[in-house]
Design a protein around this ligand. Structure first.
Ligand code: 5GP
Ligand code: MN
Length: 338
């Protein structure tokens, strides 16, 4: 955001507004943390604010401050439609294209409100009055911090804001280890701890939430892991049957894709998860160094995301999807062997 844009935001927020905060489908820690961090900030400025997610999110996020106030569009469609139609201002956080908002796509497209986008994904769409897009940022949560900073309001950060922002920075950086983590990220985190984020407790609440069935599902994922040494690639498949047999709940497969990436020499890790309900295979891609999984997913699996972390989908069966994937790899052999 340049100075003109910051002044525009200040002007818009200078009188009480009806504000909606929306994030992407299947919200993760950064989506929920940024939405609720911003929520708590905007209510201190006396705005009327509603956070709406397209659908439900994992239980390990169901404790962050304000989480109980989130409206899930798929369960409250009528109420949410009314609120969106009456909104003056809509923030879209952690996504940059309406197609990422699930069943909210058409109501957002037709909304009268002005939009403010805060997001760190590549290739932002052009729908917002203010587009605060920065692909160098580790997380949308760090951008919400900088957003508050640019408005001169860091002194308004409460423990509720600090906790939510901490959650998203922690989850999107793999606990401060991915390349996107900078010294600024650590300074932001240090301030958030000073301002009331209980770091140890946050870590426990997010990560120490395994159930016996999730651990068993992880065992299956490890068992199904295949390595393709000629491409420095590892992939995992999980079928709907395997999910059902292990009482799958949303979020249970979170992080499994990193098992492949933790193997020495592996540059490209993928997980294919069958979703019979939606009739698709949900795919997560992760990489190291120069190999862009954002491009890989965009080109072959209707998705996108970041350079080293992206998602996509396939309408083929699980086995045909894996066949397709393996047939594509030879054209990336060089970059995967650099
Ligand atoms: P995940 O594998 O955790 O679902 O997604 C990894 C990253 O890619 C996240 O930042 C997520 O927002 C992004 N992502 C996942 N699926 C898609 C998609 O279909 N399109 C785009 N543009 N980004 C995606
Ligand atoms: Mn994010």
């Amino acid at each position: 955001m340049n100075t003109t844009e910051i002044n525009k935001v200040k002007e818009v927020l200078s009188s009480p507004k009806k504000i909606v905060i929306v994030t992407h489908k299947n919200p993760d820690g950064d989506a929920i943390g940024s939405s609720l961090g911003l929520y708590h900030y905007l209510i201190t400025l006396k705005h009327n604010v509603t956070v709406i997610t397209p659908n439900d999110y994992p239980d390990f996020l169901k404790w962050v401050p304000g989480e109980n106030l989130v409206l899930k569009y798929d369960n409250n469609t009528e109420a949410a439609n009314t609120i969106i139609k009456e909104a003056d201002l809509i923030f879209t956080l952690d996504f940059n294209h309406f197609s990422r908002s699930g069943n909210m796509e058409s109501i957002l497209k037709n909304a009268n409100a002005s939009f403010i986008m805060i997001d760190h994904h590549q290739e932002p769409d052009d729908y917002a009055l203010i587009t605060y897009s920065d692909t160098s940022m580790c997380s949308t949560c760090q951008m919400v911090y900088h957003f508050i900073e640019k408005l001169g309001d860091l002194d308004k950060i409460t423990p509720e804001i600090a906790t939510n922002i901490y959650v998203g920075i922690m989850t999107d950086t793999g606990s401060f280890r991915f390349r996107s983590t900078t010294s600024t990220t650590h300074r932001v985190i240090a301030n958030l701890i000073d301002w009331g984020a209980d770091n140890t407790r946050i870590h426990e609440q997010i990560y120490d939430t395994n159930t016996p069935s999730r651990i068993r599902l992880k065992g299956i994922a490890i068992n199904n892991l295949k390595i393709l040494p000629e491409y420095n690639t590892a992939y995992i498949t999980i079928s709907q049957k395997e999910l059902d047999q292990n009482h799958f709940k949303k979020g249970d497969t979170e992080g499994f894709v990193n098992i492949g990436l933790s193997i020495k020499g592996i540059k490209f890790a993928v997980i294919f998860i069958e979703n019979k309900g939606e009739g698709i295979i949900k795919i997560s891609f992760r990489s190291k160094d120069d190999f862009s999984v954002n491009e890989f997913s965009r080109n072959h699996f209707e998705g996108g995301g970041h350079h080293n972390a992206s998602g996509g989908r396939s309408n083929l069966s699980l086995s045909k999807t894996v066949e397709k994937f393996i047939s594509i790899l030879p054209s990336y052999k060089n970059v995967l062997n650099q």
